[in-house]
Ligand binder design. Sequence first.
Ligand SMILES: Nc1nc2c(c(=O)[nH]1)N=C([C@H](O)[C@H](O)COP(=O)(O)OP(=O)(O)OP(=O)(O)O)CN2
Length: 292
Amino acid sequence: MHLFVNDLTIIDFSYLDTKRGIVGESWIVDVALIGQLNDQNMVLDFGVVKSQIKRIIDQEFDHKLHIGEDSSALVSKIMQQDNLNILYKTDALEYIFMSAPPSAYCFLQADKVNIDEVLPLIRATIMRHMPENVKDIEITLRPEQINQAYYHYSHGLKKHDGNCQRIVHGHRSKVTVYENGQVSEAWQSYWEKRWQDIYIGSEEDVSVELLTEFCHQHHLNSDQYVGFEYSASQGEYKLVCPTSLVDLIDRDTTVECLAEFMLEVMQQRAPNSQFKVMAYEGVSKGAIAQNN
Ligand SMILES: Nc1nc2c(c(=O)[nH]1)N=C([C@H](O)[C@H](O)COP(=O)(O)OP(=O)(O)OP(=O)(O)O)CN2
């Protein structure tokens, strides 16, 4: 017997890629359990599927930075006090450094991060928690079908008391912009280009001290990098990455703030237009900002 639950959850995460740098991604998760009926004549109670399996996926894969551990791009991975520090080198010979509690990472025994590499790990992780009558589990990971502009962004919300505080987690998000009541393909593609594979950082988290120390240690030009640092309830977070991967904004990076930021940018450039922007955060949720 097969039992299925589609749209069980969404994995919102980021991964490191030698070509693209820091990539925010959102995958929708469908599951099918294969097994015999239990005493309740069920393969597994839908309530358990929705709570337990979703919890496992959230704990192990969601809101994390995924890294292919077998890649030679991963230069180092070192525990320092409570934090795990990683150093990654892109094909452009640029460095990405992150320091965060170990729970902010997911390491794959693979060269790169993609659906084919993540699937077996999710399957094996869930199977360890399944009752005996469940013999196998099929997982589907799929990006949302989007027929319009979208971008991949990563960020961290230091004021969030949950996992969104992790300094590098991200989303694949569509964006809809109306200018004077009409969908504006031009503005949508402006944001698609501006925020393709971007780290959106807040000015108040910029740390010159961290940048200076990091660049000194690795003999790098500090003009070409930016450092971010903050403390949150789960620990201390640091990130240094090339400025080419970053859009620095003068506010927090909640989706509400991003929608307001987008509105302000468009208003400055087209002061006589009326705008409405629907900024998504991953799949099926987001914020709307509009002027009068
Ligand atoms: N009003 C807002 N709430 C939250 C925001 C935000 O910008 N505005 N942002 C976040 C985080 O950035 C987070 O990445 C959103 O993740 P989400 O998947 O929605 O959170 P959960 O994992 O808790 O939800 P699931 O349904 O389990 O995926 C949080 N809140």
